[in-house]
Design a protein around this ligand. Sequence first.
Ligand SMILES: [Zn+2]
Length: 256
Amino acid sequence: MNLNKSTAYRTKSVVLRRRDLGEADRIITLFTREHGKRSAVARGVRKPGSRLAGHVELFTVIDAYLIVGSNLDVLTQASSINIFPKLAEDLRHFAQASWASEIIDKLIPDSHPDSFLFDLLVKFLELATNSGDIIHLHHFELLALQKSGYQPQLDACAVCGEHLDPSSIRFSAHNGGTMCPSCPSNLQTHKLSTASVKTMRWLLAHPLGQASILKINNQLIGELAYTTRVCLENAIEDPLRSGELFSPSPDSLVAH
Ligand SMILES: [Zn+2]
């Protein structure tokens, strides 16, 4: 379906972001399953009694009815499919949902449909609500990077192709993944344990939701958090805001 001006369409969507407009309206950024990321005006949504109001909360999965406008679409009707009230009640869960939504928002261009990433985000929001285990977030990050063409090299040196030495593995997002001891280092290179490399390989080969069977300690989580973050920022070419809440930058990881 081509979305020409004035076309009316209905689509399953996640509310990624929203901001106030004027006295009573809001601009909502939706990740739609069929048409990718779209921005729409929700008119009158901040007025008491608005029929739209309860259906455009952040991270809600909605059935949205829209009309294509010149710059922004117009959201005419919405009904909730999945709401995740726990995300709004608990800062830790909310931070994870914000981080995942920001990644999707920045990783994909407007109007670029990606049903895999859509389903991945919805699955992650369910996990963030029901479990909140941080490993699911890092699993989500790696699968989103993989699907977007930014999967890190983890089987050999990303620079020269040589085998890795398990006792001294380093990682550089700029160079595309793991590095051998012989290739030159730079300030953006950090150390990585064999356990982290193996865990990331496992995560990239399994669907989201299965990682709860892994036994993962805090050191490993720190390495995963830092490594996925530098990969994402390298892919997006921009710092990520919501991630400050996780502080995934342990100085001990940085190799000099
Ligand atoms: Zn090398």
